[in-house]
Design a protein around this ligand. Sequence first.
Ligand SMILES: Nc1ncnc2c1ncn2[C@@H]1O[C@H](COP(=O)(O)OP(=O)(O)OP(=O)(O)O)[C@@H](O)[C@H]1O
Length: 298
Amino acid sequence: MTTLIGQSPAFTRLRNALSMVAATDVGVLLLGEPGTGKETLAREIHASSARREGRFGVLACAGAPPDALDRCLSAFSRDAASTLYLDEVGELNAGDQARLLHFIVGQDAAAHDGSRSGSGLRIVAASALDLDRLVQQGTFRRDLYLRLCVVPLEVPPLRERALDISALTQHFITTAAARHRVEPPRLKSGAERLLRRYTWPGNLRELANLCERLVILLPGTEVGPENLPGEVVRGAPQSQNDMGFSLPPHGIDLNDLEAELIRQALSLAGGNKSRAARLLGLTRDTLLYRLQKHLIAG
Ligand SMILES: Nc1ncnc2c1ncn2[C@@H]1O[C@H](COP(=O)(O)OP(=O)(O)OP(=O)(O)O)[C@@H](O)[C@H]1O
């Protein structure tokens, strides 16, 4: 079982909510980007619940064979108390959505009228897609959504858990080194800083993969910034491109911006037109043409 790492405020809030829902049997919907730890959290709900002795099953709904849901539901509902994790539940086709709804409604009715003996099957669903939007678009049944989503839990992306990055990195390095039976590499402070600054679009999975790569390629050595992938070194900030400039939401006047950049280049180059042209990636002739166009005195 995975040791749950995380002390950041966002993760602590989630962990508290998790222990509250684990004590109940309500439907839980985990919402979060790929790789944020949804399956790990679903396993934690199961392991901290009264069902911990029962089975934990996983169905990846995206691309599942036509009868996979049916087979899972009947196999797991035979057990006394198990949990079924439905990953990417928004990918279920219309037929499977109807079957799942029918199963949940039947189970709830049996619990109410006392005709069910055991504790039934608990469904924990997860989605990286915005299920609410799928409901509005008519591709996901509202009645099923309401049954699955008694408690929705938002799983934060790693970029909102910067305080957890060092502990997670250590954890992934230590466990990968033990798995591969090698000495763990040690991170220099510059490398650690870059890992904390990066925005991790692939979330914990991307960090875990990088740690495993470092363990395999650099066992027992010191890891510096030069050993990290380019995107981590560059920082790849989400809202900015490689130029460090983003178009403001209200837009700009391109003509005015060009004139302003030319003035700044001339100022930086101390009035030297050839140097100013190089700063702007232009030939000297093109710069002269643009100086005339913007009526800028050279
Ligand atoms: N809190 C945590 N502490 C330590 N490791 C974690 C934690 N959460 C997730 N992990 C690890 O991070 C990796 C990704 O987690 P997981 O598979 O649960 O994410 P996911 O959101 O279900 O991914 P996907 O959406 O791609 O199915 C796994 O290696 C898992 O063991």
